[in-house]
Design a protein. Structure first.
Lengths: 318, 380
């Protein structure tokens, strides 16, 4: 287990060769990879989203593809199509870019609902049906979808049911001053180091297995459930004001994802057990896209994160 | 019975009926009399009846302005039945000179269709659709009146009464004495240039007469109030004034009288009005400016204090809201409570303090609450 953890540390170090800063995004991507969950990233353009996915694919030697979602995109453009072969009068399948290990779905909210549904179905089922044939997507299969929070004109907002399929929603912010300076220097001198393979697919499978050995106390399991329940019945935890601000609490899928993400977080932190801080450090990411705010809350510019922080403050730590 | 029948016949004879035919409609003109007296109000009606029900007709009718007569529309009735449109215009006409007076008209026929009317109503407030019509000007022959002159010296035409109001007839020299005259009745507007004679030795102050008038089919009911004031430095008198009036209904002349008035003027103490001291000493010192100054200062002070208190309170509130976590860290009573507070920070600034706390709570780390608080506060 220690050996795998050391490799993960090496992987992080390797990624930092081309991705300066953005530890939250890298950490979330690794959690997604370990837990086989998909990540939704929200951030302004130019924050190294594509670079991160490419670097990760090269560091693990995984296949990576990028789809730029546009309003005229069709489901067949991402899933693949049946092609008629004139020679033998038969149909053959041409697989779409979805058949990859790491998929960057750039600006997912720019494509219409039918394309979003096609992708999200593949994310959930890990298989795609083209014509009569059902094809499995290669394992591991991780989708990192991005959303631009600035331009909201001509976008198709992801429905809540589809958002729920993302394990985590990470908000990427701009780099710190020192990080920005480093990026500037490296970009100007073209001195970004080459990424080499430091983590194999086999290591990934080992790491996924190692996660099962991460201990989580029963009290902490109850703590996770209480955090979830606090989004559904805030008044039970003395959060009467949240009852007006939350229209719908999170789904059971969030409970599962929070549990898995907490263990992965503890593992990435080099621990053999989950502590409350491991749970809390992923709570915002796991819950923020699943809480549906009331009109009143939105009118008062109350954010999901502010609500989650209030819940963390109120739900007693074991 | 014979007398009644006779009066009906006479009344009918007074109406001159003219029926004329035009395309799509016929019209009838009625005038009460064609030989009125000058300034006698005569009733004129025009009936328009649509004869072609296949088209939708609209009409614009009015009299043309002319110096020889005045007119006023007193009524317009419009009925739209299955057989077509029926309109009755009613006017009061006052000829202003004797002799032959021609009354001129303008009539416009506007032809449209049901569909066009429906379309014009289909627009909303922001999308007004005009009614499409085809317009025709109809030439109506002017109506000729033989206007009889008024008896010589007649100033008012109609049935009027006169009332005067003089509150007092004694005053001091140059003190104005108010005097009001009101003429009320039915007929041509009793508006006179001057009622009092011009060759008087007193000073006359007068205002623009106040006129109240209403017109209907029975005629024009009006009241004109003349407000004035008289002034003199010695006794004076106002002679009897007679205003000659003529009532065309009974064709009789009558006179409105303003009885003679005597005004007694006493001498006023003019010398007391003349100031013989330059810059006289003030009888009463006016200290109101001090209270005014203090009231302004008080209002300014209150405003300043209110703004100051508000800003201070607001700053305090903003300061408090700026980083509430600082206050919460200070107020935390246990390690678990502090752990919750530090973990809830969205900016994740307290990773090291959280580690210390977790070690202390769940492992064998030994660090006091105060020390961790201090470490956490130092990270802010």
């Amino acid at each position: 287990m220690k050996q795998i953890y050391e490799k993960i540390t090496l992987l992080k170090k390797e990624l930092s060769k081309t991705v300066i800063g953005q530890e939250e995004m890298i950490n979330s991507l690794l959690i997604g990879l370990l837990c086989e969950g998909h990540i939704l990233v929200e951030g302004a353009p130019g924050l190294a989203k594509t670079t991160t996915v490419n670097a990760l694919s090269r560091a693990i030697n995984l296949d990576a593809k990028r789809i730029q979602f546009t309003p005229d995109l069709l489901p067949s453009d991402i899933l693949g199509i049946q092609i008629y072969n004139q020679k033998d009068h038969s149909f053959s399948i041409k697989k779409g870019p979805l058949f990859t290990n790491l998929l960057l779905a750039d600006e997912i909210n720019r494509a219409p609902a039918k394309v979003q549904s096609a992708l999200l179905e593949a994310m959930q089922e890990k298989q795609v049906t083209i014509g009569d044939e059902t094809l499995k997507v290669p394992a591991p299969f991780l989708v990192m979808a991005t959303q631009n929070p600035i331009e909201q004109e001509g976008v198709y907002r992801l429905p809540e049911a589809q958002l729920d399929r993302f394990m985590m929603k990470v908000i990427v912010t701009h780099n710190r001053e020192d990080e920005e300076l480093e990026i500037m220097k490296k970009a100007a001198t073209k001195s970004f180091d080459e990424i080499s393979e430091v983590f194999s697919l086999h290591d990934l499978q080992d790491a996924q297995k190692a996660l099962e050995n991460i201990h989580i106390d029963k009290e902490l399991e109850r703590y996770i459930v209480q955090l979830i329940l606090a989004t559904r019945e805030p008044q039970r935890f003395g959060l009467e004001n949240l009852a007006r601000e939350i229209l719908f609490g999170v789904s059971p899928r969030a409970t599962i994802d929070l549990y898995k993400a907490s263990r992965a977080q503890a593992y990435l932190a080099g621990k053999t057990f989950v502590s409350p801080s491991d749970i809390v450090s992923v709570t915002h990411h796991v819950l923020r896209h699943r809480i549906i705010l009331s009109y009143e809350a939105r009118a008062n510019h109350i954010t999901h994160d502010a609500i989650i922080s209030q819940i963390i403050q109120k739900v007693p730590v074991p | 019975m014979k007398q009644r029948l006779g009066s009906i016949v006479v009344t009918l004879l007074l109406f001159f009926l003219t029926t004329l035919y035009a395309k799509d409609f016929i019209y009838n003109m009625h005038i009460a009399t064609k030989t009125p007296y000058t300034k006698e109000g005569i009733l004129f009606t025009l009936d328009i009846n649509q004869t072609n029900p296949d088209v939708v007709l609209l009409f614009d009718f009015d009299l043309l302005k002319h110096q020889d007569y005045l007119y006023q529309r007193v009524d317009m009735q419009e009925t739209n039945k299955e057989d077509g449109l029926h309109i009755r215009y009613t006017y009061l006409i006052y000829p202003l000179k004797s002799g032959v007076v021609h009354i001129y008209f303008k009539l416009k026929k506007r032809v449209t269709s049901e569909d066009s009317v429906a379309y014009s109503f289909s627009g909303d407030r922001d999308n007004v659709k005009g009614l499409v019509t085809k317009d025709y000007n109809i030439n109506l022959t002017p109506l000729t009146l033989e206007v009889k002159p008024l008896p010589k010296g007649t100033k008012l035409v109609g049935d009027f009464t006169l009332k005067t109001y003089l509150p007092k007839n004694r005053a001091k020299a140059y003190e104005p004495l108010p005097f009001h005259i009101a003429i009320r009745g039915k007929g041509y507007l009793p508006l006179l240039d001057s009622i009092l004679p011009h060759d008087t030795n007193f000073t006359l102050y007068k205002e623009k007469p106040i006129v109240h008038t209403t017109s209907n089919r029975q005629g024009t009911q009006s009241e004109v109030k003349y407000t004035m004031a008289l002034s003199h430095d010695q006794n004076f008198s106002l002679p009897e004034i007679s205003i000659k009036a003529f009532n065309p209904k009974n064709q009789k002349t009558y006179t409105l009288h303003i009885p003679p008035k005597q005004f007694i003027i006493s001498e006023g103490n003019i010398t007391a009005l003349i100031d013989d001291t330059n810059s006289p000493v003030l009888l009463i010192e006016d200290w109101r400016w001090i209270s005014m100054l203090f009231s302004y200062l008080f209002v300014f002070f209150c405003g300043f204090i209110s703004a100051f208190i508000f800003m201070k309170y607001n700053n305090k509130r903003v300061k408090k809201n700026f980083d509430p976590i600082k206050e919460k860290i200070k107020e935390a009573k246990s390690k678990k409570e502090l752990l919750q507070i530090l973990m809830s920070d969205e900016q994740k600034r307290f990773a090291s303090s959280i580690k210390y706390l977790e070690d202390s709570l769940y492992a064998d780390g030994k660090i006091g609450l105060k020390e961790i608080k201090k470490k956490a506060l130092s990270l802010l």
